[in-house]
Ligand binder design. Structure first.
Ligand code: NAD
Length: 491
């Protein structure tokens, strides 16, 4: 991306779309209700958005079912499905500045991150899966007797997709791209905190030419619109990203109709720094791994294990990094840390900081709200954290780093694995043997070695243990939107 784009202050984007998308038409909620979406940097209302509920979900599911069974989508050549996804990626690229600004306005993330991370990853994800559309193959299987046996991968049907607020557009791309490539139709419920970029992307999808009913978007609240989608008998699968507490409700609600479920949930990821590593690289990785996106990352490296012999030096360096972060207006390209997404998140984070202090951890920088307007929290580092403290066990989802010193490899493996979560982990070392040992022994869906938060649409992502069920991205993500059919012929 050109530096002049990265350096320019983003102008406040026009809010083009606040309605529901059902069967290719933009409409108000049947109830006529709306809800406010708020700018977390100023606490001002940005827009009032149509608030869908069970009745709107029902219409959207009917549209998605019709498009799946009998519309042009069901007969479309796989190459043409791919072309539509490529076209959507192109339109997003053409409107990248507007979408990045919208993302930063609604979510509070710094514009430099929306431009350099979120939007490019959205475009890559769409293009990656566009290429898969006409490459979904089965196998032939040598079975007993005079039979010809083969498998086909067929689209699963109507996919209900429920996403969180921390990467609003990227979560849309991770959900839509494999579903569309597989030939499914979609009813999406974006997070109530951040509906705007999803609605704008849906407008671009209509411009790209997706037939009516293939993509439906119903903003609204979890217990109403979300639950209605989960319980709807004509939805084949729920793909959910969010908290494990919500996933338990969804699993119970989906039981009556035995829906397919994929879950991308939370984490308390260990980031392990060995004394033999490139310490400056590890410090930079630790800063990025925790403070990126205001700490609102499912895979945030929030438990930072540092080998005792470099502990003091490491703490001094990470404190300097944290204190140098520039908090402020997310639309200013100088800003490196924006506000938390809403007041509830800010208060939750501040309550954990208090718990850290009460438990006897040492707050070495930050520790308070920043300013009195907007939901900003200072980058906070706690040292001498012990494993049982709430700041070491619970997902805080904010800019709070816990440093836990350790003595040796076996000790750190057992402490790193001592959690219900298993989403991600990182290891910093120059010893390749140690790196492989850690990659083998750490129970997590992703292990980064000498890097952090490296994402690629081709690399599967998801959780061990209570961090999720199934995988997104890569071939595994595509497979989760298909049914496997076995055909056996008597020859
Ligand atoms: P959340 O669970 O509160 O909400 C997520 C979505 O679920 C929202 O759209 C919400 O409206 C909906 N929802 C809430 N109650 C529902 C119900 N009863 N039925 C159906 N839908 C319902 O999560 P959040 O606070 O928005 O997001 C933060 C969480 O997401 C964190 O735990 C984070 O780790 C996780 N996350 C995970 C990944 C991953 O890939 N593993 C990625 C991003 C975020």
């Amino acid at each position: 991306m050109a530096t002049d784009v990265l350096d320019s202050v983003a102008s406040i984007p026009q809010i083009r779309q606040t309605q529901l998308l059902i069967n290719g038409e933009w409409r108000d909620a049947l109830s006529g209700k709306t809800f406010a979406t708020v700018n977390p940097a100023t606490e001002e209302v940005i827009a009032n958005v149509a608030e869908g509920d069970a009745a709107d979900i029902d219409l959207a599911v009917k549209a998605a079912r019709a498009a799946f069974e009998s519309g042009p989508w069901s007969k479309m050549d796989a190459r043409d499905r791919g072309r539509l996804i490529y076209r959507l990626a192109d339109l997003i690229e053409e409107n990248i500045e507007e979408l990045a600004a919208l993302e930063s306005l609604d979510n509070g993330k710094p514009i430099r991150d929306s431009r350099a991370a979120d939007l490019p990853l959205v475009i890559d994800c769409l293009r990656y899966y566009a290429g898969w559309s006409d490459k979904i193959e089965g196998t032939t299987i040598p079975i007993r007797g005079n039979h010809f046996c083969y498998t086909r991968r067929e689209p699963l049907g109507v996919a209900g997709q429920i996403i969180p607020w921390n990467f609003p557009l990227l979560m849309v791309a991770w959900k839509w791209a494999p579903a569309l490539a597989a030939g499914c139709t979609i009813v999406m419920k974006p997070a109530e905190q951040t509906p705007l970029s999803c609605l704008r992307m849906a407008e671009l999808a209509m411009e790209a030419g997706f037939p009516p009913g293939v993509i439906n978007v119903i903003p609204g609240y979890g217990p109403t619109a979300g639950a209605a989608l989960v319980k709807h008998p004509d939805v084949d699968k729920i793909a959910f990203t969010g908290e494990d507490a919500t996933a338990k409700i969804i699993m119970a609600d989906a039981a009556a109709t035995l829906k397919r479920l994929t879950f991308e949930l939370g984490g308390k990821s260990p980031n392990v720094v060995f004394a033999d590593c490139d310490l400056d690289a590890a410090v930079a990785g630790a800063e990025f791994g925790l403070f990126f996106n205001q700490g609102q990352c499912c895979c945030a490296g929030s438990r930072l294990f540092v080998e005792e012999s470099v502990h003091e030096e490491f703490v001094a360096k990470i404190v300097a990094k944290a204190a140098a972060r520039k908090l402020g207006d997310p639309l200013n390209p100088e800003t490196t840390q924006g506000p938390q997404v809403d007041q509830a998140q800010m208060e939750k984070i501040l309550s954990y900081i208090q718990k850290g202090n009460e438990a006897g951890a040492q707050c070495v920088t930050g520790g308070t709200r920043f300013g009195d307007k907007g939901y900003f929290v200072e980058p906070t580092v706690f040292d001498h954290v012990t494993d049982e403290m709430p700041i070491a066990t619970d997902e805080i989802f904010g800019p709070v780093l816990s440093i836990l010193p350790f003595k040796n490899v076996e000790e750190v493996i057992s402490r790193a694995n001592n959690t219900h979560f298993g989403l991600a982990a990182a290891v910093w070392t120059s010893d390749v043997k140690k790196a492989h040992l850690m990659a083998d022994r750490i129970k997590a869906g992703t292990v980064w070695v000498n890097c952090y938060d490296v994402f690629d649409a081709a690399a599967p992502f998801g959780g061990f243990k209570r961090s999720g069920i199934g995988r997104e991205l890569g071939a595994a993500g595509l497979a989760s939107y298909t049914e496997l059919k076995t055909v056996t012929m008597n020859l």
